[in-house]
Design a protein around this ligand. Structure first.
Ligand code: IPE
Ligand code: IPE
Ligand code: MG
Length: 243
């Protein structure tokens, strides 16, 4: 499968990726988990580049879940370190490529000791907010259930203020409260490392997304692997409840 044979008309507008398997990848090599996360960042760079080249409109990547804080302080520290390093290294170039960075998740709810990360995230959003190219959504301190609760709270607040009636709450008004408001719907969700679960990722947005699960561990997910996923997507028959 070569990238050049992908049919541009059958590409997804929005791809979401659960980048999983960094720890197992490192373990297989007898290295610490952080080594896997470092390699995972390199894989991500290439997938962003390819998404941009292909003209995909939005790419959402799961970088850190609300549950990932359960990991050891050492691992969380390594991940937070990589996050900072990533923006220091990549922000200029992403901006030059006209990429708009959005953060899905509760930035301000991140724990003490992550002030630099919060500042870097806000800076990335602000710097790229008027860009018109690839939308790069990075999910950090993100939970799909929390996102839905947040939407419900916002609508409840509006109802309590008398701005809307409860009957006026629709799938569209909920959609407008999601972090991904205004973006194309998620067409394809990819999970690496073979796990068959969503792990609290994009619960609202994945209503009609196509799933692609591969045993490949995230650091090994390269352009060829991505092309295979896109080719599989191109062959799907999406019915959306019709026939
Ligand atoms: C995904 O890889 C990266 C993050 C969750 C941040 P993991 O760290 O979950 O790797 P495995 O699943 O333990 O192999
Ligand atoms: C999901 O992977 C989160 C990210 C990839 C950031 P996890 O490794 O945290 O998911 P579980 O624990 O296997 O469900
Ligand atoms: Mg994992």
């Amino acid at each position: 499968m070569a990238e050049s044979t992908l049919n541009p008309e059958k590409l997804p507008a929005h791809v979401a990726i659960i980048m999983d398997g960094n720890g197992r990848w490192a373990k297989k090599k007898g290295r610490p988990r952080s080594f896997g996360h470092k390699a995972g960042v390199e894989a991500l760079r290439e997938i962003i580049k390819m998404s941009d080249e292909l003209g995909i409109k939005a790419l959402t990547v799961y970088a850190f879940s609300t549950e990932n804080w359960k990991r050891s302080a050492e691992e969380v520290g390594a991940l937070m370190g990589l996050l900072l390093e990533y923006f220091r290294r990549e922000l200029e170039e992403l901006n030059r490529k006209n990429v708009r960075i959005c953060i899905l998740g509760d930035i301000d709810g991140m724990p003490k000791g992550t002030e630099k990360q919060k500042a870097a995230l806000h800076q990335a959003i602000e710097k790229t907010q008027t860009n018109t190219g690839l939308i790069l959504n990075i999910a950090i301190n993100y939970g799909g259930q929390q996102e839905i609760v947040r939407a419900a709270q916002s609508l409840a607040r509006k109802a309590a203020q008398g701005l809307i009636r409860p009957e006026e709450i629709t799938t569209e008004s909920m959609e407008a409260e999601m972090y991904t408001a205004g973006e194309p719907k998620v067409d394809l969700i990819i999970r690496t490392s073979g796990e068959l679960r969503l792990s609290n990722f994009l619960l609202w947005q994945c209503a009609y997304a196509e799933f692609y699960i591969t045993d490949t561990l995230w650091p090994d997910f390269d352009r060829k692997q991505y092309a295979l996923a896109l080719e599989a997507y191109a062959g799907r028959n999406r019915r959306f409840g019709g026939v």
